[in-house]
Every structure is written in structure tokens, then in C-alpha cells.
Design a protein around this ligand. Structure first.
Ligand code: TRP
Length: 76
């Protein structure tokens, strides 16, 4: 029996160049395992998996999930 992950996709649309979508590992050790760079207008569709327990988004983006929609911002 594997990890009970949710199959829902999350949609990330970059609102500026250089947005980073960072996958963090599942398990006792929480670390970055993947970083994807998106330029303005690019979209990434991702899931939580056996390997990915959290996703960090750095930069300005629109994020849509089954829990709703949120915008990430950059610090001024
Ligand atoms: N190989 C990774 C995994 O299966 C790919 C991945 C899935 C990923 N969701 C992600 C990478 C979210 C970054 C962000 O877990």
C-alpha cells in the first residue's frame, strides 16, 4: 500500500519571468528535489506524488487548486 496522495492537479501560471516551482520530498527528510523555471505566461500542471509532498512557488504566479485560487507575490 503506497502513500495516499491526492490525484488532483494544481495549475501554476507565471505572471512574470523566472518563477520557480520547487518540489519538496516526502518522508522524514524534507528537501528540494526539483526546480522548474517558468517565464511569463507559461503554465505548469503538477500533482502531489509519492515523491513530492509540498510545492513551493517563488515569484509572481496564479495558482489554482481544488481548494481555490491564490496569487503568489514577490517581496518588495
Ligand atoms: N518526479 C517528481 C514526482 O513524481 C515530479 C513532480 C511531481 C514534481 N510533482 C511535482 C516536481 C511538483 C516539482 C513540483 O514527484
Amino acid at each position: 500500500m503506497g502513500v495516499n496522495t491526492n490525484n488532483d492537479f494544481i495549475v501554476i501560471k507565471a505572471a512574470e519571468d523566472g518563477v520557480n516551482v520547487i518540489g519538496l520530498t516526502r518522508g522524514t527528510d524534507t528537501r528540494f528535489h526539483h526546480s522548474e523555471k517558468l517565464d511569463k505566461g507559461e503554465v505548469m500542471i503538477a500533482q502531489f506524488t509519492e515523491h513530492t509532498s509540498a510545492i513551493k512557488i517563488r515569484g509572481k504566479a496564479l495558482i489554482q487548486t481544488g481548494h481555490g485560487e491564490i496569487e503568489s507575490e514577490t517581496k518588495k
